[in-house]
Design a protein. Structure first.
Length: 379
């Protein structure tokens, strides 16, 4: 029984630390030690290359190009490169019509399917900008977002600025449930950014100094590997609160689960591929943040399984039965939330337990892919 107690206490302690203790610690540290950043208008206007990777985006690319054209930045100080990963629909024709009216717009296509990272690398090689602005075709951008992000790089210690992504007005129960998880994530990223230890970003909008950009491996996500490369070179990654972009969450449980699986599998291997940033002797707080914020969170389903199994065995022996029943009630509430969400009905408080469990199912399946070395390369 002593061994079971030890397993139970260890697993519970790690879960509580990863989801509650570390966020509170970072928030308190940020309140005590961070300095409020003051955006300074840059005297210069660095040339910016806007890179939009696409694969069959005929429904979205026109709106994306209009957003780019309307950005509040000097007309002759940015270019727009639409990099296609083997699009077979009308995307090319739409882009070329825009390009005929605006010489800043360029169409670039890979000869074969190389994945999102592959066309981003190709566009970066062909670009002219001092700064590289990576943004997705389905991300809506207010006119001032680029100017704000460029000004955040006026600080010579900042190497990458990532926008704050909002998912608009929830249209269904899936978005409402996952919206809670994303607000938690933004809270944590903002605190890490204030401390100067942030090492992750949002692929919807990333602005990086050209000299800090490193070619992206095809099997890792840009939102994972690009911030890690910038931190490894000694520069800060900033979550820019005043630069807001908008995206849409998957409108189905299956879509959200696929996205979570893909993110976990790519980012687990991506994070471990940069051991320099995980070295506590070189990057003490950043490495602590990566382990606590990322790695332990992705390991949570295994820890939860250890908690349930050990407490079940103890409960069979007449110990900690109340704790076992509390776990069962939590998972039953998640099942209720799942059923309500499937039927597009408000999940209420059940949505929180369902959101947590859905994320952890995604973590579990993503980790299985990572452990089996299954690469996810396609766009």
């Amino acid at each position: 029984m002593t061994a079971l107690y030890s397993v139970l206490l260890f697993a519970v302690a790690v879960v509580i630390y990863a989801w509650v203790g570390y966020p509170l610690f970072v928030f308190a540290m940020a309140m005590l030690f961070s300095r409020k950043r003051r955006l300074v208008e840059r005297p210069d206007n660095p040339f910016v290359s806007i890179i939009v990777p696409v694969h069959n985006e005929e429904q979205k690319i026109a709106s994306k190009l209009r957003d780019c054209i309307d950005l509040l930045y000097l007309h002759d100080r940015f270019e727009i490169i639409v990099a296609s990963d083997g699009s077979t629909d009308r995307t090319e024709g739409i882009v070329r019509r825009f390009a005929a009216e605006d010489p800043r717009i360029h169409w670039l296509s890979s000869e074969t399917r190389v994945g999102k990272s592959g066309v981003q690398n190709l566009a970066a090689q062909r670009s002219q900008g001092d700064l590289l602005f990576f943004t997705d075709a389905n991300t809506a951008m207010p006119p001032g977002v680029l100017r704000t992000m460029v000004e955040s790089l006026a600080d010579p210690q900042v190497g990458l600025s990532t926008a704050t992504v909002l998912f608009g007005h929830p249209q269904d129960a899936v978005e409402k449930g996952q919206g809670f998880y994303w607000r938690y994530e933004l809270f944590l990223r903002s605190a890490e950014s204030d401390l100067g230890i942030l090492a992750t970003g949002s692929g919807q909008a990333l602005l990086v100094r050209r000299e800090l950009f490193r070619p992206l491996p095809p099997c890792y996500g840009d939102d994972c590997i690009m911030p890690l490369d910038v931190r490894a070179q000694g520069y800060k990654v900033i979550q820019e609160r005043d630069a807001t972009v908008f995206d849409a969450m998957p409108h189905s449980i299956e879509g959200e689960l696929r996205a979570r699986i893909r993110m976990t599998a790519r980012n687990w291997t991506g994070t471990l591929s940069r051991p320099k940033v995980l070295n506590p002797l070189r990057f003490p707080l950043t490495s602590l943040g990566l382990v606590s914020h990322k790695l332990l969170r992705w390991l949570t389903p295994f820890l939860l399984a250890a908690v349930f199994v050990s407490s079940s065995l103890l409960a069979l022996g007449g110990q900690l039965r109340s704790f076992w029943w509390l776990q069962l009630a939590f998972y039953v509430s998640a099942l209720v939330g799942w059923q309500l969400t499937r039927k597009q009905r408000p999940a209420g408080v059940f949505g929180y337990s369902f959101s947590f469990c859905l994320a952890n199912v995604g973590f579990l399946l993503g980790m299985v892919k990572a452990f089996r070395n299954q690469k996810i390369v396609s766009y």
